[in-house]
Structure formats: structure tokens, C-alpha cells
Design a protein around this ligand. Structure first.
Ligand SMILES: [Zn+2]
Length: 60
């Protein structure tokens, strides 16, 4: 299990080994939802539009 700290409240977000990319994970403290975008390294994407996003490189 990996632990990420919530960017909003600093709470713990647990990522279990059976989680897969695309799964939703939750902050233990504020119950904020994140989508798991990568596992190695762990990348979390917030569902809120005003939060920081992690984008793959766009091809424009
Ligand atoms: Zn939180």
C-alpha cells in the first residue's frame, strides 16, 4: 500500500496494490475523490476543476 498526502487537507490517501489506473481513491480526512492516473509513480487527478491537474503531453 502506498500513501499519498491530500493536496487539499494533507490527509492520507491510501493506494492499495490491487488498485488499477482509472480507479477512484479517497482522502481519509476530507473524503475528496481522486482518480488514479498512474501507479508507478502514483499520479492522482482531482475531479475538481480548480485543482491542479496532471496532464499527459498534448499533441496540438
Ligand atoms: Zn483531504
Amino acid at each position: 500500500m502506498k500513501i499519498k498526502s491530500c493536496p487539499t487537507c494533507g490527509g492520507r490517501i491510501k493506494i492499495y496494490y490491487d488498485h488499477e489506473v482509472g480507479d477512484e481513491v479517497y482522502c481519509e480526512e476530507c473524503e475528496k475523490e481522486f482518480q488514479l492516473m498512474g501507479l508507478n509513480p502514483v499520479i492522482l487527478e482531482s475531479f475538481d476543476y480548480d485543482e491542479e491537474y496532471y496532464f499527459d503531453e498534448d499533441e496540438y
